[in-house]
Design a binder for this molecule. Structure first.
Ligand code: ZN
Length: 501
């Protein structure tokens, strides 16, 4: 029997701006997987949270006349509010500025100093504060950061470095032994090649910024934000080499580490090297999903190129958003977000296929079954056939192939709609009355199956369907509720509509 919980973690989101759809995407994926596992009675721990020592926080807070801590508190609360709006059920929300977290990071840093995997040395080359990285002359573009294009600073003095070099062999052996560790495989090869080409030591702390986690034995130096964020995947649930933690032991290693593809190297190379140095087990899987683009560009607040999840929820509802994000594009790939695509999916798949199926079955059940809930149909071909799809839908969800699972569910809805078209139950009353009730029994039970499959993806819709279909109530005894249409059809957006782009 499994005693360890299935530990899922999202990235820890930087609080330099309010959350947008890109942040919601990763966290929704974690929620779908967690909900699915819970329905299978597998104990889950879903950790999410905010990284609060990002390099630009001090400046942003100052510009708003706020203390950095107050700014972080406000934005972190925005993240939690959005998770609530999106129906995301997490078990733990950590804030990296929490003293328990910073304490764990400091203790881990000291442990690595003692083992020699972190060392102090002269600061080489030029430094980009946004990257928290030193670049040598060959890597710079002129005197500018190759990533940000802004001037890299000559800092001088000393900094702390993590011995990333020398980990190549262990990492490559781990990748080879655990082919699912870096996922999806299409993105993994590039990382593996970069490790084969050799790794360079990286700076992990540098002299004095006021807002950050100080190195305990050398408080004039501050740990880089990304370094502290990585350690918080373990420190959040209680890792602290100074003392034991039962919580941590019951959770670690993470089963699924979700990240955007922009931080795959951080999560797939640097983080495992750090864990090896700390003597901790590596996560079972690091999964880098794709990006949502708008007009071809990556969704990003700093570029002003983003969608507010709240706007979509207001216009279409939470479940339509959850559906669209995971149906439109396979989770590992990039996808273009557009108001037209959303409206098309909504009208065709939600209002057209699923909504129509529900309303037809409920209307027919109301009319011909007198709202009485039928018993499970023995010997029903269609019910038997669809029941056999459950395993494949579960497998797709567990492999984070969310679009495959949804595609199967909609294929089933299509089958059922076509079956109703063929059988014409509204004519059966006169032509073959004896077959009418058994047919509607089948339809009700098939729709219950569909509602069960939808539950992790569209929890509100699934509960409304369950309510209408009387799931959990005594067969034959209870009148199901008649509720309004699940997905009223949407018409073209008006100019000025925030989603009309
Ligand atoms: Zn940079």
């Amino acid at each position: 029997m499994r005693t360890k919980k299935f530990y899922i973690t999202t990235p820890l989101y930087c609080v330099s701006g309010k959350p947008h759809l890109g942040h919601a995407y990763t966290t929704l994926a974690a929620d779908i997987l967690a909900r699915h596992l819970r329905t299978r009675d597998i104990p889950v721990h879903l950790q999410t949270g905010t990284a609060e020592h990002c390099p630009d926080i001090e400046e942003i807070a100052k510009g708003r006349n706020m203390a950095p801590g107050d700014w972080c508190g406000a934005v972190s609360a925005d993240f939690r509010a959005l998770w609530k709006t999106l129906n995301i059920e997490y078990d733990q929300f950590i804030r990296t500025s929490d003293p328990a977290c910073t304490d764990g990071v400091q203790a881990a840093f000291e442990k690595l100093l003692k083992s020699g995997d972190i060392r102090k040395g002269p600061a080489p080359g030029r430094y980009c504060p946004a990257c928290e990285t030193f670049y040598d002359e060959a890597e710079l573009k002129g005197k500018n950061c190759p990533v940000h294009g802004r001037p890299a600073e000559q800092v001088g003095g000393e900094a702390y470095f993590f011995r990333l070099s020398g980990h190549e062999g262990a990492l490559l052996r781990h990748y080879a032994k655990h082919p699912d560790f870096l996922s999806p495989p299409g993105r993994a090869q590039e990382l593996v090649n970069s490790v084969k080409a050799g790794l360079k030591d990286i700076s992990v702390a540098r002299p004095g910024t006021a807002w950050g986690v100080p190195v305990r034995s050398d408080p004039g130096h501050t740990v880089h934000a990304w370094f502290s964020a990585l350690l918080n995947y373990a420190a959040g649930p209680g890792y602290n080499p100074d003392r034991g933690s039962q919580d941590f032991q019951s959770l670690w290693p993470a089963d699924v580490h979700l990240a955007g593809r922009g931080s795959f190297r951080l999560h797939g190379v640097i983080w495992p090297a750090l864990l090896l140095s700390l003597g901790l087990e590596l996560p079972r899987k690091v999964y880098a999903h794709g990006w949502w683009t708008i007009n071809g560009g990556k969704m990003s607040r700093s570029k002003g190129n983003f969608i507010q999840a709240e706007d979509v929820v207001r216009d279409y509802g939470v479940d339509a958003l959850r559906y669209f994000l995971f149906r439109e594009v396979p989770f590992g790939e990039d996808g273009e977000f557009s108001a037209e695509a959303l409206r098309r999916r909504y009208n065709a798949d939600l209002a057209g296929e699923l909504g129509r199926l529900c309303s037809r079955v409920m209307t027919l059940a109301g009319k011909y079954l007198e709202h009485r809930l039928p018993r499970k149909p023995e010997g029903s071909e269609i019910f038997k056939e669809l029941s056999a799809w459950t395993q494949e839908i579960h497998r797709s969800t567990e492999a984070l192939r969310f679009s495959d699972a949804l595609e199967s569910i909609w294929r089933a809805a299509g089958r059922l709609n076509r079956l109703i078209d063929e059988k014409k139950p509204w004519e059966m009353e006169k032509k073959e009355p004896a077959a009418l009730r058994p047919f509607l029994n089948e339809m009700v039970w098939c729709l219950r199956l569909v509602a069960g499959w939808l539950d992790p993806y569209m929890p509100d819709t699934a509960s409304k369907m369950h309510l209408q279909l009387g799931v959990g109530m005594t067969p034959g005894g209870v009148e199901p509720q008649n509720l309004p249409a699940l997905f009223p059809r949407k018409h073209d957006g008006k100019p000025g509509d925030p989603l009309h782009n």
